[in-house]
Design a protein around this ligand. Structure first.
Ligand SMILES: [Zn+2]
Ligand SMILES: [Zn+2]
Length: 323
C-alpha cells in the first residue's frame, strides 16, 4: 500500500505539470513565463526517466524543454534534448521544426547559461541541468523541493528525527523551542499562536537570517546551530541519501517559524523541512503537503480560489496568514 501511495503521489504530480505542457503545445501563447515552462519540462523530463505514465507525451515534454532551453541560452541542454527528440517518433506537423532546431543549435556554443543551473540548498553544490539522479542532488542526493507553480527549487532542507523520537514529540519540541523567542514576531501572527488542527498554514517570513545562513556568517547566537553542523553529515559522492538527523536537543534549538511540517496521516511519518532562507516566504498546503513560494501561491489563489495542486478551497484551510 505504501508503494502504491508513493506511486500515485508521483503520478499526480506528473499529470499536474503535464497539464501545463499540454496547454503550451496546444496554444503556444500561454501566459506562462519561459522560465516556468523550462523548469516544468525539466522536472518532468527527469521524472519520465523513471516512469512513463500513459497519456504523458515524452515528445511534448522534450519539445517544450528544447524550445525554452534555447530561449534561456541553455544551449548544451537544448542540444542534448534535441538529440533525444530525434530518436523519438515525431508528429508530422513538428518534423520540420525539430530538424531545423537541431541544425540551428549547432551554431550555438556548447554551453549552458549558468544562471539556470539548480543549486542544492543542502550541500551548496551546483547541479547539472541534465541529472542522471533525477530530481535530486548529484552530490548529497537531497531531493529537490519545488514550488509547485513555478517549479523553482525552494530553499528548504529536509530533516528527520532520531529514531526513538515520535513525530508528535518532535513537533512539540520544535514548537516549545519558539515560545520564548517567538515573542518578537508580534501581533501579526497572534491568530496562529495556538497550533491546533485548525491552524493549518505555516509561513516563514520572520526570523534572523544571519544565524541560519549556510555560508557561516558570524551568528549572534552563542553556540553554533546544531542543524547547520549536521548539514554536511553525509558521505561525499555516496549514492544513498542520508537525511539530516536531529536529536531532541537540536530540535529544541530550532526556530519554529522556519520549520515546515507535512503531517501525513498514519502510517506515514511526518516530514520535516527547514527553510534555510527565512527571508523567502514559503507557503505549505496542509491538504496536499505541497509547498510554494508564497507569492506564487497567493496569485494562484486569487485567480482560482483554491490550492493550485489539490484544489482545496482556501476558505477552508487558510485564514491566518493571507489577507
Ligand atoms: Zn546536495
Ligand atoms: Zn493543496
Amino acid at each position: 500500500m505504501m508503494t502504491k501511495f508513493k506511486d500515485y503521489q508521483k503520478k499526480a504530480s506528473m499529470y499536474y505539470v503535464y497539464h501545463t505542457i499540454q496547454r503550451y503545445m496546444d496554444e503556444p501563447f500561454t501566459s506562462y513565463m519561459p522560465e516556468a515552462l523550462f523548469n516544468i519540462s525539466r522536472f518532468l523530463m527527469h521524472e519520465l526517466m523513471v516512469t512513463q505514465p500513459s497519456g504523458i507525451s515524452m515528445f511534448s515534454t522534450l519539445y517544450t524543454l528544447a524550445k525554452q532551453a534555447r530561449n534561456l541560452e541553455a544551449y548544451k541542454l537544448a542540444r542534448h534534448v534535441l538529440d533525444k527528440l530525434q530518436a523519438l517518433r515525431i508528429p508530422l506537423r513538428f518534423q520540420e521544426d525539430v530538424e531545423l532546431a537541431a541544425l540551428k543549435i549547432r551554431a550555438k556554443p556548447f554551453h549552458d547559461n549558468e544562471e539556470h543551473q539548480p543549486l542544492c540548498y543542502r550541500c551548496s553544490t551546483t547541479n547539472p541541468l541534465v541529472n542522471n539522479n533525477g530530481n535530486q542532488c548529484v552530490n548529497c542526493c537531497h531531493p529537490f523541493v519545488y514550488s509547485f507553480v513555478s517549479f523553482e527549487i525552494l530553499p528548504v532542507v529536509e530533516f528527520v528525527v532520531e529514531e526513538e523520537i515520535t513525530d508528535e514529540e518532535a513537533v512539540h519540541l520544535i514548537q516549545q523551542s519558539g515560545s520564548g523567542k517567538a515573542d518578537r514576531v508580534g501581533s501579526a501572527h497572534e491568530g496562529e499562536e495556538e497550533q491546533n488542527e485548525e491552524s493549518r498554514w505555516k509561513e516563514t517570513e520572520s526570523g534572523d537570517a544571519q544565524a541560519l545562513m549556510l555560508d557561516g556568517s558570524p551568528s549572534h547566537m552563542q553556540n553554533s546551530d546544531p542543524f547547520t553542523s549536521n548539514l554536511l553529515g553525509f558521505y561525499q559522492g555516496g549514492s544513498e541519501y542520508q537525511p539530516v538527523t536531529l536529536s531532541r536537543q537540536a530540535l529544541a534549538a530550532m526556530e519554529p517559524h522556519d520549520v515546515i511540517i507535512c503531517r501525513w496521516p498514519k502510517p506515514l511519518r511526518f516530514q520535516f523541512f527547514k527553510n534555510i532562507m527565512p527571508d523567502v516566504p514559503i507557503t505549505h498546503c496542509t491538504h496536499c503537503n505541497k509547498m510554494f513560494h508564497t507569492d506564487d501561491y497567493i496569485l494562484q489563489v486569487l485567480q482560482k480560489g483554491h490550492c493550485p495542486f489539490c484544489r482545496t478551497p482556501t476558505m477552508e484551510n487558510a485564514d491566518n496568514n493571507i489577507d
